[in-house]
Design a protein around this ligand. Structure first.
Ligand code: ADP
Ligand code: MG
Length: 573
């Protein structure tokens, strides 16, 4: 029940709205029951008066009926309006709340989750939470208050009437819900999980469709998706049939309750304790009163699903970020030199360290080339400088300030990165460039693209910078996407530049042009560039060669021993 309490705490700011929603729902229900029972009484009494030729006051009951009808109609409308308003406000806040917890987990913690699964949590699970309010809290509160009120009303005729109705309301509003909740627990939980798995499988299958087709695995993936969706349909079917059964159960309770009421009340009419028209009133009152408990079985079924969704969200919200921002404001470095001392790092779960006791120093405006075979820890060094991960030992300082003193955002503001895996958003080229600097002018964009050797290509496209690059940039080749990424880094205009194999995937001529252009760009900035081969490093002041996380050479170009050159070229080129 801990999840329920935590979930409730998220709803607390909307107490006012909820109270209003519950009141309007209660008034609407009472108006409906008043309408039904007063009409029954009125018709019977009028018929009896007509038969016996006596006069009766029909103005008051007619006014009451009219008022109830108007309140019921307006109430239904108001109830929907208020509850929707409250729900939308709530969901809007929940999404922000979830995103705020999700963001600090990126990228280190989030690598455990599949993007499709995260999407499912952000969308379906948060949507499921609103069920707690509209379909659980409101009906339960209304049912409790209404049945209390009904009991007093019935007891005013005879205590036995109240007692018998209470038994049937109890069966319909407590017994059936418990039954439905028990039966719905397993399929409900499985449904929430399968929904995540299904989304993950579909997203994966679509993104990797080319690979799946090439390796003839598309059929298998389709089978897996089919299996998951069949399981979901079975579970949904089971929940729906349980829901139908409980609805039938509520109807049965209403019928039985009516029958027992007549059995108690008919002798009272005969004994003159109850007027005959009141019997008609009681009959319709009993039937209508079950409207108060009818939503409860569904409410409990939804409660199970809502709590499962809440637990899945809390699991992410409670994950401790890999890196925690300091409580104090970031220092403002005056210089942008980088110094690493005794840096060691092992990825969680890895057996081998990715970096061991790394020392290095790049003065402001210095240019360091980093070489090393695949897996030697080059990109890891960048991840540590960007503070995506926390080193196990050692320190990194920028301008003499330990990077642990910086807020992550402030730190990353002074660093422009071209990472090894370029991510382009499903947007046009211009928007993909503008994320680096939303205020960049078209001239700035174009000159960055010229430096990155991509302007001519973009300008030749029929739609130029407005060309849509498609989902994850599939419309551009790897080399083109890389150059867009370089242009993006240029637009950011940061004092530190981290380039992870920027020329990988480019032909020799383009690589030469790009390196010449980058040379101009690097002027005045502190640059760390991971190169994939030892040739063409004239621009570098210093070279660092890594091997299995350790520094195997550090110094000027002459440090690259001939043997190392062969290792590097055979491994990387
Ligand atoms: P390089 O960039 O030199 O090719 P990396 O720094 O990417 O090498 O990787 C160094 C080692 O750390 C490799 O053994 C790699 O498998 C491992 N590694 C890299 N990234 C992760 C990660 N996110 N989680 C776990 N292990 C990782
Ligand atoms: Mg790498």
């Amino acid at each position: 029940m801990n999840a329920l309490r935590r979930l409730w705490s998220l709803f607390v700011p909307y107490r006012g709205w909820m109270l209003l929603g519950i009141s309007v729902a209660l008034i609407t229900l009472l108006a409906n029951i008043a309408l039904m029972s007063t009409s029954a009484w009125f018709l019977t009494a009028m018929a009896a008066a007509g038969a016996t030729g006596t006069a009766m006051n029909y103005f008051t009951p007619a006014a009451l009926i009219r008022a109830s009808a108007i309140i019921r109609t307006a109430g239904r409308y108001g109830e929907r309006l208020i509850n929707h308003e409250a729900t939308f406000r709530l969901i809007a806040r929940l999404r922000v709340w979830f995103y705020e917890h999700l963001e600090p987990l990126a990228p280190a913690r989030l690598q455990r989750y599949h993007s499709g699964d995260l999407l499912s949590r952000i969308r379906a699970d948060i949507d499921a939470l609103d069920g707690l309010y509209v379909r659980v809290l409101v009906p339960v509160a209304v049912a409790n208050m209404a049945t209390l009120f009904f009991s007093f009303f019935l007891a005013s005729f005879h205590p036995l009437l109240a007692l018998s109705a209470l038994v049937f309301w109890g069966v319909a509003g407590v017994g059936l819900p418990i039954w439905a909740e028990r039966r719905g627990r397993i399929p409900g939980k499985r449904l929430a999980e399968d929904e995540g798995a299904l989304r993950a499988a579909v997203v994966d299958g679509l993104q990797g469709l080319a690979e799946l087709s090439v390796y003839g695995a598309a059929e298998r993936q389709a089978k897996r998706i089919d299996g998951l969706s069949r399981q979901m349909i079975t579970d949904q079917g089971r929940l729906a049939s349980d829901q139908a059964l409980t609805q039938a159960g509520v109807g049965l309770c209403a019928g039985l309750s009516l029958w027992v009421m007549l059995w108690i009340a008919v002798p009272l009419v005969e004994g003159g304790q109850i007027e005959p028209p009141v019997l008609a009133l009681l009959a319709l009152f009993i039937i209508a009163s079950f409207e108060a408990v009818a939503p409860l079985p569904a409410a409990f079924q939804i409660l199970g699903r809502t709590l499962a969704a809440a637990r899945r969200l809390f699991a992410i919200v409670d994950a401790k970020p890999e890196v925690i921002d300091p409580p104090t404001p970031s220092p403002r470095p005056k210089r942008f030199d980088i110094r690493c001392q005794g840096l060691s790092f092992t990825y969680p779960g890895a057996t081998e360290p990715a970096l061991v006791g790394l020392d290095l120093e790049v003065p402001e405006g210095g240019r360091l080339a980093i070489l090393g075979p695949t897996g030697s820890g080059k990109s890891t060094l960048f991840h540590l400088i960007l503070r995506f991960w926390e080193p196990d030992a050692g320190t990194i300082a920028i301008g003499g300030d330990d990077i642990r003193l910086f807020q992550g955002d402030d730190l990353r503001r002074s660093i422009a990165v071209v990472s090894q895996h370029t991510h382009l958003f499903a947007a046009n080229i211009r928007d993909n460039l503008l994320i680096a600097n939303p205020n960049a002018t078209q001239d700035q964009i174009e000159s960055a693209c010229r430096v990155a050797q991509i302007h001519d290509f973009i300008a030749a496209l029929p739609e130029g910078y407005d060309t849509w690059v498609g989902e994850t940039g599939v419309k551009l080749s790897g080399g083109q996407a890389r150059r867009v990424a370089i242009a993006r880094a240029l637009l950011k205009d940061a004092p530190i530049l981290l380039l992870d194999e920027p020329t990988e995937g480019l032909d020799a001529a383009t690589e030469r042009n790009l390196m010449q252009a980058l040379d101009r760009l690097m002027a005045g900035r502190t640059v760390l560039l991971i190169a994939h081969r030892p040739a063409g490093l004239d621009w570098a002041d210093k070279i660092l060669v890594l091997d299995r996380g350790r520094v195997s050479a550090y110094g000027d170009r002459s440090v690259i021993p001939a043997a190392m050159q062969t290792v590097l070229s055979s491994d990387l080129v």
